[in-house]
Design a protein around this ligand. Structure first.
Ligand code: ATP
Ligand code: MG
Length: 344
């Protein structure tokens, strides 16, 4: 049992989240969900569906955001996250997220956002007409998301690490300037910090269309794997190939339980003794073995929409209570809590 700064929290907390911008994929599993599953018993967990944040670059796709709230929840239930133990939260149903974002933005130097490497590369990749002020400010809203339940740990893929680092700095600054309210959260990076996309690019990402979704059926997985990017320097199966940076082997390492088979493929691949097709076929089998139970559970939950809704409403209700408590402390610390403070 631990005691957190300025509060009576007795069990440590996790806050982490996902944007409702599409169904979840293999990258989410190895970068984030796996750790969430493992830590559900040790921490009080808040899993956030960050729908405010999705508006940043998807403000023109409200339908996609609303539908994805349900898809993400089904994916969470399908992989085994448990709404009885952990709170599933819809960000916009807890408007304190917006209030804390706004208040913290006043103590955040502009340079902190300008220097954020993840934000920089995401902005560069975004067409100019989609670069909103809200998108520029999204790491700030992530800081508020993490601090609102006073989280101690944030399990994420490594693209999110700069945002947690920023959270630590803002928590320190707030505590120093006003009152000891927030713990400084630690980052926990997943087993595969950043899974490559099926197109070979550095990150599998919902909005890039280079994903294998946890909800893809067996035929879709086969079609995607068989047309996957592998080693562009290799023209024939007899050419020595590269394993490093090749998503085919990255996925085998991450999802194929038959490690002897993977080692054998690697040795034959670099020696030019196995073709892409054979390695891909084995990957299709391994992925479908991994995904089959997830698909079954997903179908079971999809047939019970009330259960999905209850999970979201209960988690959101629990979070609202905690959010209200934190905001009372924040407003008091910043002396914007009541009319009378003006005259003190
Ligand atoms: P979008 O393209 O809309 O930004 P995304 O696929 O990046 O979607 P997010 O909702 O931004 O998904 O990320 C949710 C969590 O999953 C974060 O912790 C992020 O670091 C992690 N994550 C996402 N993609 C990967 C990946 N390819 N490898 C490892 N972790 C990932
Ligand atoms: Mg992302």
């Amino acid at each position: 049992m631990t005691e957190s700064v300025g509060s009576g929290i007795t069990i440590k907390r996790i806050l982490t989240g996902i944007r409702p911008t599409g169904a979840l994929h293999l990258g989410h599993y190895v970068g984030a969900l796996e750790n969430w599953l493992r830590l559900q018993d040790q921490y009080e967990c808040f899993f956030l569906i960050a729908d405010y944040q999705a508006l940043g670059d998807h403000f023109h796709e409200i339908d996609l955001i609303r539908e994805s709230v349900r898809e993400v929840t089904l994916d969470w239930l399908a992989v085994g996250l448990d709404p009885d133990r952990s709170a599933f939260v819809i960000q916009s149903y807890v408007p304190e997220h917006a209030e804390l974002t706004m208040l913290l933005s006043f103590i955040t130097p502009l340079g902190m956002l300008e220097r954020n490497p993840t934000l920089k590369s995401e902005l560069d990749a975004l067409p100019v007409e989609r670069r909103s002020v809200g998108f520029f400010n999204y790491p700030m809203s992530q800081v508020a998301d993490i601090l609102l339940p006073k989280a101690h740990l944030v399990p994420v893929g490594d693209d999110q690490a700069p945002h947690v680092e920023m959270t630590r700095e803002i928590a320190r600054k707030f505590n120093r300037m006003f009152a000891e309210v927030f713990p400084e959260p630690d980052t926990l990076i997943g087993r595969i910090p950043r899974l490559r996309g099926t197109d070979g690019s550095a990150k599998m990402s919902k909005s890039k269309g280079n994903v294998i979704a946890l909800s893809d059926d067996a035929d879709t997985v086969k079609r995607k794997v068989m047309s996957m990017y592998t080693d562009p320097t290799r023209l024939r199966a007899s050419d020595p190939g590269h394993v490093e940076g090749n998503p085919l082997f990255e996925y085998h390492d991450a999802f194929n339980q038959d490690t002897a088979q993977v080692a054998d493929f690697k040795a034959r691949y670099v020696a030019g003794k196995v073709g892409d097709v054979e390695v891909k076929k084995a990957l299709v089998e391994a992925l479908n073995r991994f995904l089959a139970p997830i698909r079954t559970r997903r179908d079971e939950y999809a047939a019970k929409p009330q259960l999905v809704e209850d999970a979201l409403m209960e988690g959101t209700r629990r979070t609202r209570k905690i959010a209200a408590e934190t905001m009372r402390e924040v407003r008091a610390a910043m002396r914007i809590d009541s009319y009378t403070t003006v005259w003190e």
